[in-house]
Write a new protein. Sequence first.
Length: 318
Amino acid sequence: MAAGAFEGQYVWSPAANDRQLASACMDIRAGRYFSAHEVLRETREDFEVRAHRSLVLASEAAGSDLAERWLAEEPSPEAALLWARVAMLRALHMADARDRRQDALVRIAQTACERAAQLLPTDPTPWVAQLALTRLNRPQDPAPQGLLTAPTGPWYLFAHILRLDPWHREAHHRFLSFFFTRYGGSSSASWDVSAFLSQRAPASSPLRLLPLVALVEDYNPSALLADRTWEQPQWITTALGIHHNWFPQVAGYRFAPVLDLAYLGHALFMAKREFEAREVFTAMGPYASRMPWSVFGDPEEQLTKARRSCGLPIPSAP
């Protein structure tokens, strides 16, 4: 099913319209890893797709022993990468659950990331997985010049990743999340970092969306006129700038960037720019992500409300 179509029900799968990835996810659920190897091997030079596919596959494999079994039977860079991603997800899950096994799982994940990085040194993905783990051990490297709050954090690791891929999407999002309040950061730091990172990115880059991510993260429903925040001139200008410079690039993407489209569509909808929001939702087709909608209530209800306001089809009752 191509993005842009809408057949009456949302598709919540993170694989979206990447059919090869969706098929590989089905195989993982059946205990098979051959197709996972294929969809990862063909992305060795496409770091964005490699990062996305490995994360989605790992989310499917994290509840089984498939990653360990694959690595034991076929110790390829792809097997090592999936194992690193699975170990990362398990460590983060245990930390969020405040499980006493957290420290042991973090050590396992770090070792797995190091092994994957050794097998394919040009791939930034294992380093991005390590970056995701830094919210647990909170490194305090000094910030570069140009940030008002000069927040300390995993700047050295982030700089290493940028040497491999200067505009790596997931790396920027993982780095920004280190400064979120819920992980031990602060609102002022996350605002500062999101502005710093987005301003240094090209105007046509999806990294320009980072301030919109920080805005959702900082949302407080109990604050006075909280839902009117997106109507402020600075946020209207930000959303319209992304719509003008980045959104036209989406037509050339291999697969629909559903999460980025969702953040942009949400910001335009909240800013009462229904015409532009309609274009974004149309480009998403039936594919949906739980963020940012889940911050504001039931994600399906929130997305349906936005689509209805833009005069677009909404799911029919089951």
